[in-house]
Write a protein that binds this ligand. Sequence first.
Ligand code: ADP
Ligand code: ZN
Length: 721
Amino acid sequence: MFYVDVLPLRSVDRALTYTAPQPLQVGMLVRIRVRGRRTVGLVTRVANDAPDADYVLVPVEGALYETPVAHEDNLALIQRVADYYMCPLGTVLETALPSFLRIGKVFKKEFFLHVTDITATFPSHAVQQLSVYRWLEQHPFVSEAEFLKNFPKETPFLKRLIEKNYVERCEQPLSETQSADTLLPLTDEQESVFEKLRAALRAGKFSIHVLFGVTGSGKTELYHALTAEAKNLGLQTLYLVPEILLSAQALAKIKIRLSAYGIRVGLWHSRLSDGERMRVWQGALNGTMDVILGTRSAVFLPFKRLGLVVVDEEHEPSYKQSETPRYHGRDLALYRARLNNALCVLGSATPSVESWNEARCGRYTLHTLTQRPSGQPLPKVFLADMRYEKPNFEGSFVLSTLLREKLSACLDRGEQALLFLNRRGYAPYYYCPKCRVRLECPNCKSYLVFHKTDRTLRCHICDTRIAVYDKCPACDFPMKLSVGLGTQRIEACLRQLYKRARILRLDSDAASKENDWYEAVLERKYDILIGTQMVAKGLDFPHLTLVGVIQADLITAAEDFRSSERLFQLLVQVSGRAGRAERPGEVVLQTFSPNADWVHYALKHDTVSFLDRETALRKQHRYPPFRRMVRHLFRSFSEKTLRYVVEQWNVFLQKNISKDVEIMGPAVPFINKAHRYWRMHLLYLMPHETSFLPQLQTLRQRFQMPSNVIDILDVDPTDFR
Ligand code: ADP
Ligand code: ZN
């Protein structure tokens, strides 16, 4: 008799012990019963001795697959997520294991066909062989399934071709361009960074590197070269990219590029079929895939010999998962690299303050790329001080005089312009139309947000509330409520001003309707693009030479300690869209706060000073990364119950938690009600010592939370709305 610990796919905290008639292996999926109900679980431990369990041991009901579906390091990662993000182990397992595995679904292997001998000759009677051969020649790397659709009865002829070594049947589709494409010769600057990274990779030890390179400096090129190096060393690469609207498209592009060097690439993102997922899962597990390129959940894949972890755009907020388990893809990638003794590269043109601080302290190695191989300078940034502008469209400040001038000139030259508006996190605020003062929270340095219901200005962090001012505290002028612009409004304004321009509005609705808008832009079917956040990242528009940022300061209304960092990152990203090809680019920043830090540094492309200053500010206010933050969100249908319970919890917590933990709130977040639930939150700031999270969790378990209040603990939160 054997004894196995099995972690059920359920929201339970620990593995349960079962008996097994035959030996099972760690990482196998088995059918079990938990309190009489059938479910599936993962074997986490195998033993020969009977444990002293306080319950009657029952046998597992069989394995779903003959071999393990995960390795031991996956289990360690799952445990880490459960501990660090305070989430039941079983729930983490549900996230980590794709659903098709749990039903024991087996997929047929997919095969691809390609002609290997282009000089093949056929005797005159082999007509069918020849026609199959010709077809395959015209359809390189077609899947076998596709072939059978066209030639349902020709399998014997295909067999003959394979026997003669004219055609190969392989598991991995290769790219047609295999021999045509090679890695670009690296520039001197790239070469010196590459040499250092290569040496670190060869050392085979865990180390973290920040690749800080201006937009267009060839970071992607370096990732590719490193990936190829890892493959030569027999190591697998986990290549993470942030979840953006275009990821599937962008991923396919990188895949084609890497396949061209003979690297076997698997894609991993939310829009894959189960069959494709299965193939990638197995490819990672068996080591038949060299690179898995994907979004954050790829971090859970069962790599056989992981040696390189690349996190592209490591500063991207979308690495953080917004549902339980609320893990951060970048942070888990780091942990994963540690588990596997891998080299981890965090790349960005605007590193996060978290990574920057580590690099400055020497815990991560910093590598810098300052030049663009194209020789193209970074775009020139101009400031349009909106305090001195007059509303130019139906009472709103849409286009400044400067932006109008530049736009006309750009259109005259036959080039493209992008007008960028970020409405995410927009919150109405009060300002003085005369001196342009915006009201800030006296405690938190965040902007106060207007609440219509009781006409107060509120801070969403510390719950400071102030009655609306009628007059500006600085100059006595009547205060005004900001009105957010929408992309439609900008479009209307442009259509009025530039009657002949072809305008494309790219918010997510529009983009999802028109799939090939990107191609259309490349073919110059449009002159002006109006876009939101989604166009800021990663896209290459060669004919785009002007970027206008319409309400550059709006983002700061998203009231949290990362606002200026986000704003700066976004500005750099969106500016990076201009002037990627022959002509240099220009950027016009329209802002009401021309004296803000981020404006000052953005004008000079001085990311280093910005990050140093931001890091210093965070240190001064003891915000993350200098303390750890946890957001505790509460929801209830009843507002009264919610207030009461949150207050009770707060009192309980104050009494019991270590004095080193600072409690902020309770406060009502910006989204005060969602899906009929009222919402409130508390923020905890604590030193990094590992004891605080368990302390918090233990207290939470001791507290009797009424069933009509739901609470969520979010460790290292990035969204405070
Ligand atoms: P990043 O990822 O830093 O924004 P990319 O890797 O996308 O930069 O490179 C920007 C552009 O420069 C791409 O068109 C790329 O092909 C080109 N490029 C990068 N490295 C080189 C090089 N060594 N020689 C020539 N062109 C290069
Ligand atoms: Zn405040």
